[in-house]
Design a binder for this molecule. Structure first.
Ligand code: SF4
Ligand code: SF4
Length: 156
């Protein structure tokens, strides 16, 4: 689903989104600046680090005084960047892992031990399950994780 970036123009500049942002203290993401740049039609947002700096905790969306879906706006910027092939390598690696195994993270020894303690069978995704995940990814429009930005190679 596409998010309309025009809602960004409703920003009241209250800065609450920045105060509650989980990513801000870690990587310097400033959601209020993203919203204001989106409101001014700044397309360089799609090629910068901002869309990939958000950890999608939704705190900004929950707290926004103007009712702006700030996290949805960041998702939309991420979709636009991905459509241009501007996907950072760690995200490509996760996409490849999902397409290959049906899981975002490998189930390691710790998981195996916990499942054993709980009396659960060993974790496994059936080949049919992997196919279904691949189908879902295709239907959802997941870009080819090996596609390069605008056909030029490299990642942001
Ligand atoms: S969803 Fe992203 S931008 Fe919003 S508060 Fe969480 S990390 Fe920050
Ligand atoms: S919380 Fe909403 S209104 Fe306040 S600065 Fe952030 S985007 Fe603007």
């Amino acid at each position: 689903m596409k998010t309309d970036l025009s809602s960004a123009s409703l920003c009241l500049d209250c800065r609450v989104c920045g105060a509650v942002c989980t990513a801000a203290p870690v990587n310097g993401l400033r959601p209020r600046d993203v919203v204001r740049r989106a409101a001014s039609g700044d397309e360089t947002l799609e090629t910068g680090p901002e869309p990939w700096s958000c950890v999608t905790c939704f705190a900004c969306t929950e707290q926004c005084r103007a009712g702006i879906d700030v996290s949805g706006l960041l998702y939309e910027l991420r979709h636009r960047a991905a459509a241009r092939g501007l996907i950072p390598e760690p995200y490509r690696a996760v996409a490849r892992q999902v397409l290959r195994t049906g899981c975002a993270f490998p189930a390691g020894r710790h998981t195996a031990r916990m499942r054993d303690d709980l009396g659960l069978p060993p974790f496994a995704v059936s080949p049919r399950g992997v196919e279904e995940v691949q189908l879902l990814c295709r239907e959802a429009g997941l870009p080819d994780p090996d596609a390069r930005p605008d056909g030029k190679g490299g990642t942001p």
